[in-house]
Design a protein around this ligand. Structure first.
Ligand SMILES: [Zn+2]
Length: 242
């Protein structure tokens, strides 16, 4: 027995390499592969973002010309799945932003599981109608993306101060307002409505300084108080199916 075990081990030196290769392949290409084989059955959301569920949620693509997911691993695991109409809205808004200014860069955050339901550590994101958008930032006055590697909890552990600054990065409130406007327009077109936007109240004051930011704050319901966790590095949008 002992001799056999030893020989088995010796005969498979490639096994760890194969496993590592598969894991890396899953992280890098898993989301796009799942996307290729997704069901064409329409999405159906039930209940509210805080207590509902979804059937046939669709994955957001890992990246596009001007955007990327907060984490390839998260996307491959399915943590960036939404109602098909929400996906349409997210992608159309990015496309519109590309037409407005192809230099602008965006990162989307977590959205929900393909099957919906409890989405730890989030309190909502249960019925495919919630999306986190990492704030667009300027780095030395150029459009950039804030660090969102694993050691920053994929961007969620970045802390912006009350002036909207973090190291070399500054929240690009003007671009954020433009993005919200495009999300709202696309939602209208696709049979959705923006239900509410959660963003840190102290940073809303800076968004309000932008003319378009003021307009967005009049058009949509923004959170009035601090949420269970400070929403400074991302703004959370809940949609409603009209
Ligand atoms: Zn959220």
């Amino acid at each position: 027995m002992r001799r056999n075990t030893f020989e088995t081990k010796r005969r498979r030196p490639w096994l760890p390499g194969i496993i590592l290769g598969l894991l890396i392949g899953f992280v890098y290409f898993g989301n796009d592969l799942f996307l290729k084989f997704e069901s064409t059955t329409p999405s159906r959301s039930f209940g509210t973002p805080g207590s509902g569920r979804i059937e046939n949620a669709k994955r957001l693509p890992t990246s596009g010309p001007n955007f990327e997911a907060y984490s390839r691993l998260g996307a491959s695991l399915g943590r960036a799945s939404v109602h098909e109409k929400v996906r349409q809205v997210v992608l159309e808004a990015y496309q519109q932003m590309y037409e407005i200014d192809p230099q602008l860069r965006f990162v989307y955050g977590e959205t929900g599981w393909p099957w919906g339901g409890d989405f730890y550590p989030h309190k909502t994101h249960r019925n495919g109608l919630s999306v986190d958008f990492l704030v667009p930032v300027l780095e030395f006055n150029s459009s950039s993306v804030m660090p969102h590697a694993i050691w920053t909890a994929w961007g969620y552990n970045n802390d912006f101060d009350e002036n909207g600054k973090l190291d070399n990065f500054k929240i690009d409130f003007k671009t954020m307002a433009m993005h919200i406007e495009e999300v709202g327009k696309s939602a209208q077109k696709n049979g959705l409505k923006i239900r509410r936007i959660i963003f840190a109240p102290d940073l809303q004051k800076l968004l309000k300084k932008e003319k378009l930011g003021r307009k967005m704050m009049r058009s949509y319901r923004f959170s009035k108080t601090e949420a269970w966790v400070r929403h400074d590095e991302h703004y959370h949008i809940d949609f409603r199916v009209r």
